[in-house]
Design a protein around this ligand. Structure first.
Ligand code: FAD
Ligand code: FES
Length: 514
């Protein structure tokens, strides 16, 4: 039996619509295992698979379905040309750091390729070239500087071209990154799940984890009060749900938007494309129905903003569509619109390794920005090495306890932004009269000195919650695209009816009258 994967909002991605995952059960007993992994996205599944190859016993727990988080909402570019370009990485982490980063992502693509081959996963994996082109007003010398930095980072094949191979618009001078890759992510996870289960790994879904304790008697507890006793714990929950502060002051949650447009096959040259705009656009193709139709889906993403800090997220799709139609006039129809959440680390690299201020046997994989397909895989490789007591050359680079003084400016900017969100307690309400809230919609209202989050379902029933995010008390905001309550401070998200969907919060919104 297979299942549809969505636990992070209302929108449906192309991947959720065109593949499914083998059905898994909910945990109904206490268990003992070598490693307990929380989160069944690409990070958790890859870690589970690689640990099984090492002979470890593994239990994976997820509060929703497999890949119901951001792994189902990705666009699945597999690249060593990262969201933070090599000029930025070199400035922040030095030449050696940029080189190790490039090496880790190249290795991750190779590892995905070998897993696909060894496990015979039919997931449309292909190698293809990527093109970085200038956004409006970009410094004409930028591409030369970035090419030099990419070469210093150990990517000598990066070349400058007069334009990317797109017929419908002239990108201007661009950089070609050879030998990148793409796949159908949901088909890949389906293959990983099958391999994990065949090797004796256990995956339990609809099993929320409510507490995690490292040390000699490490254990993971679930909402239904079952306990996993374990030697090591891996938090692969996109953002850690076991920390109040440690990592959350060092990364920020952003929403990103994607449209999938039907285009005649062959009208856009196959490749991966990104510009240098801020926020940037990212583009790839998907060959629908195994090439049996005359069309492809052109996948275009961008329009990122801080989670919970946009009054009209739905308008982001319109901006994206306008941008796309101006450049790709062959678009026939928009078939998909979805959004998702990316975690942006202040010093531009992911946090993978031992969880700060925790016992030595609690590990975390987070801070992926828009490169989580490869970071999730790097996470699997690195954490497996640490659990098996092996040295790993990327350990220091991705150490979650690192403090990068050069990132102080971004750190202060992001945390002042968080502090400013508490002023929402003093600002006005969205709606004075609950009767004005449309079916399928939500709004903030004032109740005495407090704020409440009010949702009216499609049948007209009202649901009311305290608007205080259970993580650290910021006021949640209504997201009409995903029909969710989003916290502007560290990106926790709750369903329309108050169920926690994204950490760091680990509990639901409280009822208004509690
Ligand atoms: C629009 C968009 C486009 C992107 N494009 C790309 C791209 O082109 N290339 C790329 O490399 N990356 C891309 N990314 C980033 C990438 O998709 C993510 O970084 C990656 O999927 C994160 O994987 P993960 O396994 O760490 O987290 P997730 O996939 O979010 O998995 C975490 C899991 O933990 C579970 N969980 C959370 N809390 C609990 C709890 N308390 N108990 C139990 N389970 C819990 C969740 O339900 C979820 O299933 C994109 C992301 C977005 C949103
Ligand atoms: S996510 Fe931290 S206060 Fe809401």
């Amino acid at each position: 039996m297979m299942t549809m994967n969505n636990d992070s909002g209302e929108s449906i991605s192309l991947w959720m619509d065109t593949a499914s995952i083998p059905l898994t059960k909910t945990l109904e007993e206490n268990l003992r295992t070598d490693v307990c992994i929380v989160g069944a996205g690409i990070s958790g599944l890859t870690t589970a698979y690689l640990l099984l190859l090492e002979g470890k016993s593994v239990v994976v727990l997820d509060d929703g379905p497999v890949a119901g988080g951001e792994s189902g909402r990705t666009t699945a570019h597999l690249v060593n040309s990262l969201d933070y370009n090599f000029t930025e990485l070199e400035e922040m982490h030095g030449e050696k750091g940029a080189m190790l980063a490039a090496d880790s992502h190249s290795t991750a693509i190779q590892r995905i390729e070998s897993i696909v081959k060894n496990e015979r996963i039919d997931c449309d994996f292909i190698r293809l070239d990527g093109y970085l082109f200038p956004g409006p007003g970009e410094d004409p010398d930028y591409m030369i500087r970035e090419q030099d930095a990419a070469h210093r980072a150990g990517l000598p094949g990066v070349v400058k071209l007069d334009r990317a191979p797109l017929i419908s618009f002239n990108t201007g001078p661009c950089l070609k990154f050879p030998n990148q890759a793409q796949f159908h992510p949901m088909k890949y996870y389906a293959g990983l799940v099958k391999s994990i289960l065949e090797r004796g790994g256990k995956i339990f879904t609809n099993t929320p984890v409510t507490s995690v304790e490292g040390g000699k008697n490490a254990k993971v507890k679930t909402a239904a009060n079952f306990v996993i006793s374990t030697s090591s714990i891996v938090m692969a929950t996109n953002t850690p749900v076991n920390d109040l502060f440690a990592i959350h002051t060092k990364q920020a949650a952003y929403r990103s938007y994607v449209i999938g447009a039907l285009i005649p096959r062959g009208s856009v040259t196959r490749g991966l494309y990104w510009d240098t705009a801020d926020p940037f656009h990212y583009i790839r193709l998907e060959n629908v129905q195994g090439g049996k139709t005359k069309n492809d889906i052109l996948i275009i993403g961008g329009e990122d903003h801080k989670t919970g800090q946009d009054d009209d997220p739905t308008a982001r799709f319109d901006c994206l569509e306008q941008w796309a139609r101006e450049r790709f006039p062959m678009i026939l129809e928009i078939k998909y619109r979805w959004s998702g959440q990316v975690m942006e680390p202040v010093d531009k690299l992911a946090f993978i390794g031992r969880n700060p201020a925790d016992a030595d046997n609690v590990f975390v994989i987070t801070g992926h920005s828009g490169n989580g397909m490869t970071y999730g895989t790097i996470g699997g490789i690195l954490v497996t090495d640490l659990i098996c007591g092996r040295k790993n050359k990327w350990e220091e680079l991705y150490n979650p306890s690192r403090i990068s003084l050069k990132a102080t400016g971004t750190f202060l900017k992001e945390n002042l932004n968080v502090a400013a969100q508490y002023a929402d307690w003093l600002s006005g309400e969205d709606e004075k009269n609950a009767a004005h809230i449309k079916p399928g919609s939500g709004a903030l209202m004032q109740k005495g000195i407090s704020k409440i989050a009010v949702y009216r379902d499609n049948e007209g029933k009202l649901f009311t919650f305290s608007a205080a995010c259970p993580h650290l008390g910021c006021v949640v905001n209504w997201n009409d695209t995903e029909k969710s309550w989003d916290c502007p401070c560290h990106g926790s998200r709750f369903s329309a009816t108050g169920k926690v969907m994204n950490g760091p919060a680990i509990s639901n919104l409280k009822p208004a009258d509690s």
